[in-house]
Design a binder for this molecule. Structure first.
Ligand code: DQA
Length: 253
C-alpha cells in the first residue's frame, strides 16, 4: 500500500502527512479508506481535542484503535528474551533447591564413632589380627562413607573407660547413631554397658576381628544385648558396613 491516492487528493509532502495537513473528518476517513489507520487515528485524536464531545469521532477512533490492535499484535518474544525467561526460571529453581538442601543439611543424621583402648595403635598393633591400616585411615573411610550416605560422622578414641563413658553421654542428645568398638572393655565394662543403656539412638557394636572365634574371654560381650546390631570379623570394612547399615535404622524403644 502507498500514499499515492492520498497524495492525489492534495496530501502531498514528505513526512508525517497527518501532522502537516489540517485535521478534518474527511482527511481521517480518506486515511482510513486507504488503510493508513495510524494516520487516521492521529487525525481523529486532533479533532477530538478541538471537539471533545463528538461521539461520532470517539466511536471512529475506538473502531480504528481496535483495528490497529489486530494489525499490530504484541511483537513475539525474541529467542533471547525467551531464553532469559527460562534462565531466570532455572535460577529460581536452583536457588530453591539449594535452600532446601541447606535445610536438609542441618537435619543430616550425625554418627558418633567411639574406638576403645589400644585401637589408636592400629597399623602397628597385631596387623595379622587387626589389619595394616591406621586408625586415622579408618576414620577417613568412615567419614567418607557417611558423607556418601548423606550423613556426617565424628570419631573419638580413648584408652580410658571414663572418657569413653563421657563421650557416650554426648550422644544422648547430640547424635543419631552410635558406632562403638569398646575393644577390651567390651568384655569387662559394666560401666560402659550402663552408659549405653541411657541412649535411645541405634547402637552398632563393631569388632575388627571375629571375637567369637577367639579366646573364650573375648567371646563374651557386655554390650551385645544392649546394641541394636553387631558387626564382627570384617576388619576395617566392619565400620563402613555399620555406617551404611545405620542409614535406615530408627530409634530404639
Ligand atoms: C577388638 C576385639 C577385642 O577383644 C580386643 O580387645 C580389641 C579389638 C576387635 O576390634 O576385634 O582391642 O575389639
Amino acid at each position: 500500500m502507498t500514499d499515492d491516492k492520498l497524495k492525489g487528493v492534495s496530501m502531498g509532502g514528505d513526512g508525517d502527512d497527518a501532522a502537516e495537513l489540517t485535521p478534518t473528518a474527511t482527511l481521517a476517513r480518506l486515511y482510513e479508506e486507504q488503510g493508513f489507520f495510524d494516520k487516521a487515528a492521529s487525525v481523529y485524536k486532533k479533532l477530538l481535542v478541538m471537539e471533545p464531545d463528538r461521539a461520532d469521532l470517539k466511536e471512529k477512533l475506538e473502531d480504528i484503535e481496535k483495528r490497529l490492535a489486530v494489525i499490530s499484535p504484541q511483537p513475539e518474544k525474541s529467542e533471547t528474551s525467551t531464553m532469559l525467561d527460562h534462565l531466570t526460571g532455572w535460577q529460581k529453581t536452583i536457588g530453591e533447591r539449594k535452600k532446601m538442601l541447606d535445610q536438609e543439611g542441618e537435619k543430616r543424621r550425625r554418627i558418633l564413632v567411639i574406638h576403645g583402648p589400644n585401637l589408636g595403635m592400629l597399623g602397628r598393633r597385631e596387623p595379622s589380627v587387626y589389619g595394616t591400616l591406621t586408625l586415622e585411615e579408618i576414620n577417613e573411610e568412615i567419614k567418607k562413607t557417611a558423607e556418601e550416605c548423606g550423613m556426617s560422622a565424628d570419631t573419638f578414641q580413648s584408652n580410658h573407660e571414663g572418657e569413653m563413658i563421657e563421650k557416650i553421654y554426648e550422644a544422648i542428645d547430640g547424635y543419631d547413631v552410635l558406632i562403638i568398638n569398646a575393644a577390651a572393655y567390651t568384655h569387662t565394662s559394666v560401666a560402659i554397658r550402663d552408659a549405653l543403656l541411657m541412649l535411645d539412638i541405634p547402637i552398632i557394636e563393631v569388632h575388627l576381628s571375629n571375637i567369637y572365634r577367639r579366646e573364650p574371654f573375648r567371646q563374651k560381650s557386655m554390650i551385645a544385648d544392649v546394641a541394636t546390631a553387631q558387626v564382627v570379623g570384617f576388619g576395617k570394612d566392619g565400620y563402613t558396613m555399620a555406617v551404611r547399615g545405620s542409614v535406615n535404622m530408627s530409634r530404639r524403644t
